[in-house]
Design a protein. Structure first.
Length: 848
């Protein structure tokens, strides 16, 4: 028993003393936690296997296995991440096992330009694991980048199977970061953006002393602060990838002073990392080096540059006090790649969407053309084409059907190709609204190849993005350059979703006689409209008793259609839905909108569930390429239905039902109270409404109709009114009436009509906020309210007569909330918000 105890003590002592030389040991590999890669060196790495003998020396579940080669020097090669730090003699250890054999195990160290070091240690415990030890002398510091493991060295028997585990030794040197964060050779928009405190970035200047270390034409210049820890801050676009210790470098120059230069790294969830290095070569450039440890991986998002730290010489008007430092080329570990995701909405694609681009300042949209060079990045058959204009801001634009919603994401993506190099800008605007213009500018630098460009807030050289405002997208190619006529190709602009209340107006539903559409199929066509029929397959998607039937003809674009009494209004919504069924076929369903001038918008969506009802969603992002209209058009009066629109199969039976979409152009009206105080008989009145100088007459001609077709003047029959209060709805088709005085010309002296119409002031604005926005206005089904609240608030909606219509309590943490206005009678309303201190603010809105 005493001999066993002494043996165990010896093993413990040996393990503790094995690394008495060199740094704390690094585990290069084991097989329970890592899966190392080995290159063949004559022997074969056989992979990861169960530990053949778990004992006190090695209790791991998994180990590696090597099969020896035909030569005594054959082995397998393991590569280190960087050169080995052998600043002093260092011990390497590895666990080795063979069930029956003994033999010499060699570690052979190599590196570029290094003399090979071959170290052999005997394995002598067949049937048991043994910890072998090799001592590597410091004379090989910074030379070795790989080690070859040779088992049974000098035994020329091929096919021996040796097990091994847990190579440990000295750490590798930190990787010298080669990612260039900034220099000052580019144009103004590529130079770094600095956040200043009392230290100041003075701008890009000429290199004061070009030399062999820094021959750049342009460098950065900053001046120190009276506070010795003040500097200028640079923000990284993503957290820094410090998966291994990494060297950061920067070039520094001062004409006649020395000083300590600090890089202070910061980020969420970490304490500041402050690293100081001395600048000691006044009058010459010096490359300074800072070592950043891997423990800060994925944490660092910014760096503060502090020059002449702990000196505190301020920059100022007095030349004796000025400390101006020059710097250039910060390099280090690269930023992590942006999250790999696809933005929510495809704004356009040349394969399925035609957009009417408008060029400005001589930029020209060249239309949809063949892809000039399909490759692995983009292999689509077609692309959009643009020609640059004569100004650096020349570009093209198109209007989205609704504002962009930035509440979830703010990233855009587009594929670009050119034979030139230059910046590509995605610029956002709101024509007629806010004047701010976010400008996301990204470098295209792969001439002759497609490149996927990702645009984020970090690339914004313009105004900050404002939520729910921008509905125009501008593309500028070769941004800030003035070369005219350069050819650029582009496709698939993706970005955040856009605001849409969704389809809320029901166009038809065969369960209701009132909503059954008056559909016809042209006599010259081959399509048959079968009218209202029994639902062939009621299910959870559509359990209606009755549906519509469409029977295909021999031409794939033949249709059935019906006419609307008013045009479609896309101001709040742009999507349509319709339920579709086919017993045994798939195919595209098309909703096509036409106007009287030949414009048409064709939205085509695949039906994919034969034998089941499917609710399809149609939007301008499913428009097919030969459409000529856009969702911004407001002249569509005809709806056409086409099923299986890419085929020509005859007598396919397609069933459809329940189409919903944007509403129709509204008829605005005001709700007016007439009070008759005396009446002796029937009479005719002419009512004149002075709407802020825009006079609209409403005649009592007994017809209650449009007096002259198209003049937007409607009559109201007011003859023979009894005494009492009377409410009349006065319509003005397509013309919003709000405000003004109402006067009446009365031909009979014994009659009086009083109209108590006034602007009702609910409250005077005194709430301490300037951020109170309501939209859309006019509203149909929903009114959105955005404002900054510090605590709970009360929201009230009143009509023109002062009646309280809506009352709602709002949590102070909510910045955006919505009111359901679907049940309100069309007219003018006032919305007021009051806080707990009695302060309030009011705005007017119109319910359509």
């Amino acid at each position: 028993m005493k001999k066993i105890l002494l043996l165990l003590i010896g093993v413990v002592f040996y393990n503790l003393s094995a690394y008495s030389q060199g740094d704390t040991p690094v585990l290069y590999f084991d097989f329970d936690e890592t899966t190392p890669t080995f290159n063949p060196g004559g022997a074969t790495y056989s992979g990861v296997f169960d530990n053949p003998v778990m004992d006190a020396q090695n209790g791991s579940s998994l180990v590696g296995k090597c099969t020896t080669g035909s030569n005594t020097w054959d082995g397998i090669i393991f590569k280190f991440e960087n050169t080995l730090d052998l600043s002093q003699d260092t011990t390497f250890t590895m666990l080795v096992y063979h069930p029956t054999l003994t033999g010499s195990t060699r570690l052979q160290f190599d590196g570029p330009g290094a003399t090979t070091l071959k170290l052999n240690v005997d394995y002598s415990t067949p049937g048991a694991w043994q910890l072998l030890t090799w001592v590597v002398p410091q004379q090989y510091d910074d030379q070795f980048t790989q080690v070859m493991l040779v088992f049974a060295h000098n035994q020329a028997e091929a096919g021996q199977e040796w097990y091994f585990d847990e190579l440990r030794g000295t750490p590798t040197n930190p990787v010298v970061g080669d990612h260039l964060f900034f220099d000052f050779e580019g144009d103004a928009e590529t130079n770094p953006v600095w956040t200043e405190s009392s230290a100041s970035f003075l701008g890009v200047v000429s290199n004061p002393m070009p030399d062999a270390l820094n021959s750049s034409d342009s460098v950065g210049l900053m001046t120190t602060s009276a506070v010795d820890w003040d500097g200028i801050r640079y923000d990284f676009s993503q957290p820094i990838d410090l998966s291994g210790d990494t060297i950061f470098t920067m070039l520094v120059y001062h004409p006649d002073s020395t000083g300590s230069i600090r890089l202070q790294f910061d980020g969420a969830g970490m304490s500041s990392l402050k690293l100081n290095v001395d600048y000691s070569t006044p009058g010459a450039w010096q490359l300074l080096t800072w070592r950043v440890p891997s423990q800060y991986d994925d944490l660092i998002t910014k760096v503060l540059l502090v020059f002449d730290h702990n000196n505190g010489q301020p920059g100022g008007a007095d030349a004796a006090d000025v400390e101006e430092w020059y710097f250039d080329e910060l390099r280090g570990a690269a930023e992590n790649a942006p999250p790999d995701f696809t933005p929510a909405k495809t704004y356009f694609s040349s394969e399925n969407l035609r957009k009417e681009w408008e060029g400005f300042d001589a930029a020209v949209y060249g239309g949809i053309v063949d892809n000039p060079a399909p490759d692995d990045v983009y292999d689509g058959a077609h692309a959009g084409k643009a020609f640059t204009g004569n100004n650096g801001w020349s570009g093209m634009y198109y209007d989205l059907p609704a504002p962009i919603d930035f509440s979830v994401e703010q990233t855009f993506m587009m594929w670009v190709y050119s034979d030139s190099v230059g910046y590509v800008r995605v610029q956002l605007e709101n024509p007629g609204g806010v004047t701010t213009k976010p400008k996301l500018s990204v470098l295209y630098d792969t001439p002759g190849q497609w490149k996927k460009l990702v645009f984020t807030e970090a690339d914004n050289v313009g105004d900050p993005m404002i939520t729910d405002t921008y509905d125009r997208v501008i593309l500028i190619f070769d941004d800030k350059d003035t070369d005219v006529g350069e050819e650029w190709y582009f496709d698939k602009l993706l970005g955040p979703d856009i605001l849409d209340l969704g389809p809320y107006y029901n166009y038809f539903d065969y369960e209701s006689e009132e909503k059954t559409p008056n559909i016809t199929a042209p006599s010259w066509g081959s399509v048959v409209y079968g009218g209202k029929v029994a639902n062939p397959h009621p299910d959870d998607v559509n359990s209606s008793d009755n549906v519509g039937l469409w029977i295909s003809g021999n031409v794939n674009w033949h249709y059935a259609e019906w006419k609307l009494d008013r045009t479609i209004d896309f101001s709040e919504s742009y999507t349509f839905t319709m339920k579709v069924f086919n017993a045994d076929s798939t195919g595209n369903a098309r909703i096509q909108l036409d106007d009287a001038n030949g414009l048409n918008l064709k939205m085509s969506v695949p039906y994919t569930t034969p034998g089941q009802w499917q609710e399809l969603t149609f939007s301008p992002f499913e428009v097919i390429s030969n459409s000529t209209g856009q969702v911004t058009d407001d002249s569509y009066l005809t709806v056409k239905l086409i099923f299986d629109d890419e085929d020509g199969d005859i007598e396919e039976y397609w069933y459809f039902d329940d189409m919903n979409g944007p509403g129709l152009t509204p008829v605005y009206y005001i709700n007016t109270l007439f009070t008759v105080t005396s009446q002796t008989g029937s009479t005719d009145y002419t009512l004149v409404i002075d709407n802020d100088g825009n006079t609209i007459q409403l005649y009592d001609d007994g017809t209650n109709g449009d007096v002259t077709a198209g003049d937007n003047i409607w009559s109201v029959f007011v003859a023979g009114l009894p005494e009492g209060d009377h409410v009349y709805d006065i319509y003005a088709d397509g013309t919003l009436i709000e405000g003004g005085d109402f006067t009446f010309n009365l031909p009979m002296t014994n009659s009086t009509v009083e109209v108590p119409y006034t602007h009702i002031i609910i409250a005077v604005t005194d709430l301490s906020t300037t951020d109170f926005t309501i939209y859309p206005n006019p509203a149909k089904n929903m009114l959105n309210v955005r404002m900054s609240l510090q605590d709970e608030a009360e929201v009230n909606v009143h009509d023109l007569l002062g009646n309280l219509i809506i009352n709602k309590q709002i949590d102070g943490s909510r910045q955006i909330f919505s009111l359901n206005t679907n049940d309100l009678i069309p007219g003018i309303y006032f919305i007021s918000v009051s806080d707990q201190n009695g302060h309030f603010t009011t705005q007017k809105f119109v319910k359509q």
